[in-house]
Design a protein around this ligand. Sequence first.
Ligand code: ADP
Ligand code: MG
Length: 634
Amino acid sequence: MSETVTNNKETRGFQSEVKQLLHLMIHSLYSNKEIFLRELISNASDASDKLRFQALSNSELYQGDADLGVKLSFDEKANTLTISDNGIGMSRDDVIEHLGTIAKSGTADFFSKLSEEQSKDSQLIGQFGVGFYSAFIVADAVTVRTRAAGVASDQAVQWHSAGEGEYTIETVNKESRGTDIVLHMREEGKEFLNEWRLREVISKYSDHIGIPVFIQTVVRDDEGNETEQKTWEQVNKAQALWTRSKSDISDEEYQEFYKHVSHDFAEPLVWAHNRVEGKNDYTSLLYIPSKAPWDMMNRDHKSGLKLYVQRVFIMDDAEQFMPSYLRFVRGLIDSNDLPLNVSREILQDNKVTQSLRSACTKRVLTTLERLAKNEPEKYQSFWKEFGLVMKEGPAEDFANKEKVAGLLRFASTENTSSEQNVGLADYVARMKEGQDKIFYLTADSYSAAKNSPHLEQFKAKGLEVILMYDRIDEWLMNYLTEFDGKQFQSITKAGLDLSQFEDEAEKEKQKETEQEFKSVVERTKEYLGDRVKEVRTTFKLASTPAVVVTDDFEMGTQMAKLLEAAGQAVPEVKYILEINPNHDLVKRMADEPDEQAFGRWVEVLLGQAMLAERGSMEDPTQFVGAINQLLAKA
Ligand code: ADP
Ligand code: MG
């Protein structure tokens, strides 16, 4: 290394999130400390990828002059381990941005969720992706010397930190392009100052990356004695994993590669590796994670796909190749059809992009279908993590609507728990003779759905109802109108008709009762005036005196709530009051000669029905007043 010309030296503080991350990491990842090597080699490999990519448009930067690779050397006396690459390097601004802050939005939020309980944190923090900062698990001080491609040797940058709140940065001299990372080992890191330990970790984590990883070894003479000479020995295969044939790749290799591309600590749930020749010529390696990334629901969540063209890395976050509802998919696509100088703009409306996107989408859906069929328990764990995102599918992906619908899971009256594990195909298979609709109910919570008075007649008739209680469900049902040729029917809509499940005698009797009740209905309507759209008798209730429903094409309660929560102006929902003529309360009301007292009964019925439907009412005082007056008289 050449002499350091101190220049422009300054001390800067880490962003507070970085301090938090460093603290948490050192305290929760010590049992997993070898991962620092995976992270640093992974960064070196990314840096080589980026250099190759930039050289496509600026050949000055790299002309294949030196082969790209990573070199590891250690010095037991000095207690240091050095990881060097000849990749893209970093400018002073890059260093400040990448090694002093965490750019991801929502980070502060994420950290506030981490508890002091460390066993849980190690998983969470792994999900977050610790990257470069993992160096501090094994090192009590780290020096980074880096020279960006295309920059003069005296404009290199040195960064140094003991990982405690501050770092220094200065301009130095560096002969060669790329980055050296020097780790000053803590006691716990000393085991890595050992050739065999390093070889072991590299082959475990870095066999599959595309550039060679070298380790410095001592040359031995003919008798096997150590000499003064040292040499570089390649320790990994250095063949990009996806270019190898499927049958040669072990599950462990796929899993390690996943950690490299995804920055996830956990094992992937499933993956699909395909080479396609013909109209389009490409390889895809797509992974479904086992855990949802911490920021999956953030607006600016990045897609997890990398794009390669003819084995050259082109970009991260290639969101063009996957619809947004599959944004949890990680992995890569390597195309032989796209031009090397492809940009995001070119990808935007490009035929190749479109057909790759559609093929990759299908591949993910098929992989999930297979998982659901062959390993339902695994699929259930997938659903718990990603179900909410999958529910965006029917709205976004018209072409695959039926496939996506088949992958959805819901709670249902068939089960006793809130677990979403009923598929629409299960439902259809259980449909009753003559049933041609899929009945569902949306509510604020599972218990509100399960206890809804609307379910009474379904219980009595033994009809299954799908219970939906996620916020997104009401919106989903605007797009999901049928499955397997069967229409969906909300059971809180006025158009619900279950007469096909009733016999003639029952219908006859209902007609009679309805006739007898006509005057009560009219009196009620008279009293309520514009407060409801309509009043009618219903025979679908058992233990509940009244419910409110909405007309089929009117906005329903859950939709109104959804819009309200989004801050939109919502027109008033027009409710229809349905009263149960067989209920004792209603019978008493019908017998009430005094108009004022009758009005109180109506208030009680409507108030109850609104409470059950909305969880709130417009005028609680009026409701309570009516109850009190009735009670006082009783
Ligand atoms: P990630 O790899 O997920 O982006 P890291 O914490 O591992 O996060 O690295 C942060 C950033 O620092 C990288 O995105 C890259 O810009 C920069 N970086 C880290 N190591 C190197 C390196 N060896 N060469 C060039 N840039 C690097
Ligand atoms: Mg990294």
